[in-house]
Ligand binder design. Sequence first.
Ligand code: PRX
Length: 653
Amino acid sequence: MQNEQNERSISVLSKEERSYAPSAAFAKTASVPSKAARAKLSAAAARSPEKFWDAAARELHWFKPWRKTLQWKVPDAKWFVGGKTNLSYNCLDRHLDGPRRNKAALIWESEPGKVRTYTYLQLHREVCLFANALKGLGVKPGDRVAIYMPLVPEAVVAMLACARIGAVHGVVFGGFSAEALRDRLNDAGASVVVTADGGWRKGAILRLKDAVDEAVKGAPTVKAVVVLKHADNEITIDETRDHWWHRLTAKASPVCPPEKLDSEHPLFILYTSGSTGKPKGILHTTGGYMTQTAWTMKHVFDLKETDVFWCTADVGWVTGHSYLAYGPLLNGATAVMYEGAPLTPQPDRFWSMISRHSVSIFYTAPTAIRTFMRLGEEHPAKHDLSSLRLLGTVGEPINPEAWRWYKKHIGGDRCPIVDTWWQTETGAIMISPLPGATAAKPGSATLPLPGIDADVVDMTGKSVPLGSGGYLVVRRPWPSMLRTIWGDAERYRKQYWSQIPGMYFTGDGARKDKDGYLWILGRIDDVLNVSGHRLSTSEIESALVGHPFVAESAVVGRPDELHGQAVVAFVTLKGGKIPSPELKELLREFVAKAIGSIARPAEIRFTDSLPKTRSGKIMRRLLREIAAGGAVRGDVTTLEDFGILAKLQQDEE
Ligand code: PRX
């Protein structure tokens, strides 16, 4: 199962043996203050995971208690069965009776430098107004509302408003194309789209409303579009369908009692790439998701009442759902949001923000860290980063060099780093250090959290010995686990619960070192991880063959120092079409237009035909090796046409 890249990672990773224990000063005030405390917690949770999660759920508000903590029959889990709760109530109302009432919930900064702060009380009011506005548009519990917005407070308001009235939100990242949006609207059967007249990115305005107009033409379930006035951008308004946010909320009542929702009531659908061309709508429900995001936020980030937490992810990704919006608000924390590009107007934007807002916990992706590392330490050095006390990473493996740079130049060698492993499907963090308890090893997400039965196994499901590699699985259900793939229960079962019988298969390969630490080696399926974002090779392939000049294509990843992986597309053209540098550029743009700019191939390589086995399967391993610039090794006798291979290798520019 381990491809070339994984094998290389093993040898690179195993060179880094140093471990970094938490400092005594940090451990002293940490919620889990020692290795022994974590071990004790984990042992108790392993003996009775249900008791462990039961206690975590009790820290939140329930209108009606649950009868049963877990009901489980592979692959269907129900957590806190019979319980009634509301996520928006837990994020907002619960904090209004005490000292958090006037505490900052969100501090937002726009790319042009505008700052807006919402207290818990103010945010509650905005959410109630918008929830009533949605009701006024006819939105009922269970209806799907798509959110296609820039990273503005109103995006969080819209999510919380949906959660308040029991509507299911489906956030679509604002960088996705009109086509990608249309497919998601149709798959979810969304009745309302919430968008804005534009958003800021690298000094330019993202024309979100135009994309919505185009998408909605092919999405007949959409009855209404709500538009936030944000960028003062010229847009077209269709009076029969479009509504300005400010007009709807001006008319709405600020009183909106939360719906008492079943613990298993659907909360959100978030689309992610799988190994087929069609993105999967990952469905999360209410009570379990709430419980695990709250617990992990509190303990993985060792959250204190006075912290200022900044997660740089967009709400279009799961990280933005769980650790920009829900996790911090469930814990009554202050969260920072930044709408804009990290290097705009200067490469020190992030460091200036940390200093100006006194950020104490900073959570970002390894690709961002590698970018900053390249730009040089003089940029962070210009700013006072002494407010920071903890750093986090997510989304892809971090190379030890970047880890050490982050620790030294951002964390002042004083802040622990939590390398958190999880997925859209897991909903919340699963494998991570607890910063006061776990010695970190750069590049390792360390150990499964208490209550999480994750392991590395062989194909039969047997745990591999320490020091070996295999498949990363989770043996038992966890509260924030996905419940299904929207509209495709069979794909859910097959994809996650049948590859290794009786266990959840993550799609990742991993290695367990001599201390039982887990080292994630990356995806073993046809999913790429570019800058911490998941892309499906077949989704890009189908975009390419949608171009009238393209006959066939095969997309693979090649290792990339900055982005983790880069997209390389091998393309055969239809008869009579001549390869040219212009055509390469055209096809790159074509993919960006079809999916979004994150999917734009780094490289297009034309070829007469693709290497295939006799049964017609594209030999991806060979293509990966060619893309990586390495020599082709191993058995190639199954190639249908030997000439192709030589041709491909010559074809390099
Ligand atoms: O391959 C793993 C990688 O990202 C995948 C999940 O992607 P997504 O659903 O988009 O969620 C990303 C943010 C939670 C995983 O299957 N991944 C995530 N975190 C890490 C990681 N790889 C290594 N180390 C991590 N800390």
